[in-house]
Design a protein around this ligand. Structure first.
Ligand code: IPD
Ligand code: CA
Ligand code: CA
Length: 300
């Protein structure tokens, strides 16, 4: 027998709750109709995660390591994930939740999956550098329907709904109109664990330096993508990312008019390991340069 709590979700009012439950098994037309409700819950979850992070920001006296000495986790990561999960679970008890710290929680049919990075930019956070955020996306049968990234220190919320464009704090945002790489500002990231891969990363950086306006390494992949989406940067590329780093940013960049692929220019998947996201205009040029970088070990 199905427990009563599963039929009538707690939390945000039963009108919303009942219609959301129905949606778990609803046709695509109804899903489109419900996107605003997903966004409402996503924003609520971003706020809850952000509030949890601020409780710890600047006051952390402890951190642990995960896959390597450079892969940190803190009480703030865990507390933020608890807060985000609680908002989502209350509204959508039949949806799956995949979060970086607690893993995959399955229930129901697995048609809908929330993908959460409760704290993207943990190293920055642990050093009181205010470049970090909460990232949340809702995936439906392999497609991201809504995505949001929130930096509670800057107060910036980047949001996108499939087919409806992207916003920064409620205002429509768009990628930049820079059309060549030599006038571009790039950002990259270095994976936590693999030292061989780091060698390749340095090879790429060494090739691009001196050919572009600059290369940043901000330390928060979800925000890197949002900075491309809002036109501050032209390119973000990185290896060995995880779905929680990229799922929300993928939709945000595409809805802002940008392009996201893997390193060969093939379709991007948040479950893949390579990401190139650009304003679209410099995408092909970047992929060519990337190939050239791999053929040019450490330029002098
Ligand atoms: C990390 C950040 C960083 C990226 C790493 C990610 P975390 O996420 O996004 O910028 O280079 O690959 O793992 O660990 O702070 O959530
Ligand atoms: Ca992350
Ligand atoms: Ca994280």
């Amino acid at each position: 027998m199905v427990p009563i709590q599963a039929l009538y979700p707690k939390g945000d009012g039963n009108v919303l709750g009942k219609s959301m439950l129905a949606l778990s098994f609803a046709p695509a037309r109804t899903i489109t109709h419900m996107i605003k409700n997903y966004t409402t819950i996503l924003e609520k979850a971003l706020t809850a995660g952000g509030e949890a992070l601020l409780q710890y920001y600047g006051k952390l006296d402890n951190f642990e390591t995960k896959t390597s000495e450079r892969d940190l986790v803190t009480d703030a990561d865990r507390e933020s994930e608890r807060a985000v999960r609680s908002v989502i679970r209350d509204a959508f008890p039949h949806h799956e939740i995949l979060g970086e710290e607690e893993g995959l929680e399955t229930s129901g049919k697995g048609e809908f999956r929330w993908i959460i990075d409760p704290l993207d930019g943990t190293t920055n956070f642990a050093h009181s550098v205010p470049i970090f955020g909460v990232s949340i996306a809702l995936e439906h049968n392999g497609e991201i329907l809504v995505g949001g990234v929130y930096n509670p220190v800057s107060g910036e919320t980047f949001l996108a709904e499939k087919g409806s464009g992207a916003t920064l704090n409620g205002r429509s945002m768009h990628v930049s109109s820079v059309s060549n790489l030599s006038r571009s500002l790039l950002v990259t990231g270095f994976p936590h664990s693999d030292r061989n891969i780091l060698q390749l990363c340095l090879q790429e950086v060494s090739y691009f330096l001196g050919r572009v306006h600059g290369i940043l390494r901000l330390g928060a992949a979800a925000l890197d993508m949002c900075f491309v989406a809002c036109g501050r940067l032209e390119v973000f590329w990185q290896r060995n990312l995880n779905p929680w780093d990229t799922a929300a940013g993928w939709l945000i960049v595409e809805e802002a008019g940008g392009k996201v692929t893997d390193f060969s220019g093939s379709a991007f998947s948040p479950y893949g390991k390579e990401l190139v996201c650009t304003n679209g205009l410099v995408h092909e040029e970047f992929l060519e340069w990337l190939r050239a970088a791999h053929d040019t070990p450490f330029e002098k």
